[in-house]
Design a protein around this ligand. Structure first.
Ligand SMILES: Cc1ncc(C[n+]2csc(CCOP(=O)(O)OP(=O)(O)O)c2C)c(N)n1
Ligand SMILES: [Mg+2]
Length: 496
């Protein structure tokens, strides 16, 4: 009798734990129910994306203690919920006589009572599924929900992905040759960059991290403008005051990249809130990595956006690594998507290496953000297929096999090429023509950027204060004297 009681209760508790898969399909609603009309995922096989939380289900000893307490509270269930009653109804509960009310309207909403002393599980049984439209062969997954795209859009997205790839390869080499001081690629994340940008409107303000140069490329930043920034010449909009890859463009509504991880996330919320107040037909989008989601700024931003109902898209590129720190050393939740849900933000997990999934998710998220005046969170699963930056050697902390696997069939550019080739929209000739054309343009852009003189010394001290304060004027004069005195120690291409 005791053992059958125990197994019955254990089964019920496990069932209870399982039923806590509160996220299943589509964008997760802010009330924890599921919006079934949106994006059912179509996973055809299991891919081990980097973030795999430890599967520590409740130990049997914890279950035992839950049961012991549950017995004491058994009769107070008042017959609510069949399983509570059946699991403990045979027991003697002489101390438990009063029935609690079914629920109370606490500040923040009604809450139901339970006589079960059960903590929420620290792990989940099933991870939130990942929305995907194209399989590895570039074939559309049957019945997938996706926004239809034209041939022109598909080809433009593909060619920009290739341009980004070629640009990354050549600028990376330029750094290795000592021509620029630093570089960082988006290799492996081309679909995230280009397809998300394609689904936005130019009036949507972008608050980037640093691995989204493709968004700027899509918006029309030229290869020459990229080169000018990387070489820090006088045409660089930041006047050489930022490290390479810290691009920004006022004209293209692309806020300048900040090195401090995730500081852009609350900024995007503030800007979105201002758009809301001005009743603009636009939203903001902020990109950040899994590492960015491990900062306090991310959490503050999410909560603020949820409460203020700001039209902002939080786009998390979960690429498995924050430099050498893998996601398992950053968090034990099921990635980032569940954090959106915890803050009451509709959220979705997408295959970041699938152009059509990224495009459709951002397209839908933008619509929701503007029409419903709500923040939306997208977690794109991907892999940082390059080193973190030119200052990093990732083979010191991860295997070559792992990198190669992600550069293979999972590669977003290869996958989308198969799709457009199967459609008859692309060919080998078009591919080599595009690649050689971009290489040529890049080589010209680099040579031109290298020849242009640097911004003047005076630019180091301008643009922060309306009227330059005394200490800054003193520093400038000290620097100028020093350059005069030790001219040989200073570059000759910096005008005084
Ligand atoms: C506030 C802050 N902390 C630490 C750093 C050092 N840092 C630079 S990049 C980076 C990793 C960020 O990883 P992630 O957000 O996942 O982006 P990814 O590089 O993977 O695209 C860290 C820790 C920083 N720049 N700013
Ligand atoms: Mg990362």
């Amino acid at each position: 009798m005791a053992s059958s009681y125990f197994s019955k209760s254990k089964a019920l508790i496990m069932q209870n734990l399982k039923s806590r898969k509160f996220l299943t399909l589509g964008f997760v609603n802010r009330t924890s129910s599921v919006t079934t009309s949106q994006f059912p995922p179509h996973l055809i096989k299991t891919i081990s994306f980097p973030p795999l939380p430890a599967r520590n289900y409740e130990s049997s000893s914890r279950i035992n203690s839950s049961i012991a307490f549950a017995r004491c509270f058994a009769s107070v269930s008042g017959g609510r919920g069949a399983h509570t009653a059946t699991s403990v109804s045979d027991d003697v509960d002489q101390f438990c006589t009063e029935s609690p009310s079914q629920e109370v309207d606490f500040p923040g909403g009604k809450v139901k009572f339970t006589p079960k002393l059960t903590f929420t599980s620290k792990t989940i049984e099933e991870r939130v599924p990942c929305y995907r439209v194209l399989n590895e062969n570039g074939d559309l997954i049957i019945d997938s929900d996706s926004v239809e795209i034209s041939k022109e859009l598909a080809v433009k997205m593909y060619t920009d992905m290739v341009t980004l790839q070629v640009m990354d390869t050549i600028f990376y080499e330029a750094q290795r040759q000592g021509r620029i001081s630093f570089y960082l690629t988006a290799i492996g994340e081309e679909a995230i960059n280009i397809a998300s940008a394609a689904a936005l409107n130019i009036n949507d303000f972008v608050f980037p991290q640093y691995r989204e140069a493709g968004v700027l490329l899509w918006r029309g930043f030229t290869l020459q403008e990229f080169a000018n920034q990387l070489f820090g010449n006088k045409y660089d909009y930041g006047k050489g005051r930022q490290m390479p890859i810290h691009y920004g463009s006022k004209k293209l509504n692309y806020i300048t990249v900040a090195s401090t991880v995730a500081t852009q996330v609350p900024h995007a919320v503030g800007a979105a809130y201002s758009m809301k107040m001005e009743k603009k037909d636009s939203c903001t989008v902020t990109y950040f990595g899994d590492g960015g989601s491990s900062t306090g700024d991310f959490h503050a931003a999410l909560n603020f956006a949820a409460v203020m109902e700001a039209p902002v898209i939080f786009f998390c590129r979960n690429n498995g690594w924050a430099i050498s720190t893998p996601v398992r050393d950053q968090f034990r939740s099921d990635g980032i998507v569940v954090k959106g849900n915890a803050y009451g933000v509709p959220s979705i997990r997408v295959d970041g290496n699938d152009v059509l999934a990224v495009y459709s998710a951002v397209h839908q998220a933008r619509k929701m953000a503007i029409q419903e005046q709500t923040p939306v969170l997208i977690e794109a699963l991907t892999y940082r297929a390059g080193h973190h930056s030119t200052s990093d050697d990732s083979t010191k902390y991860r295997s070559l096999d792992e990198i190669e696997w992600w550069r293979g069939d999972q590669n977003p550019v290869k996958r989308f090429r198969k799709f457009i080739e199967n459609k008859g929209w692309w060919s080998e000739e078009a591919e080599s023509e595009h690649r050689s054309n971009i290489r040529k343009q890049l080589s010209q852009a680099i040579q031109a950027a290298e020849r242009v003189e640097k911004p003047s010394i005076g630019d180091l001290f301008s643009d922060v204060y309306d009227a330059s304060p005394k200490n800054l004027r003193e520093q400038e004069s000290f620097l100028r004297k020093n350059i005069e005195k030790h001219a040989r120690d200073y570059p000759t291409d910096v005008p005084l």
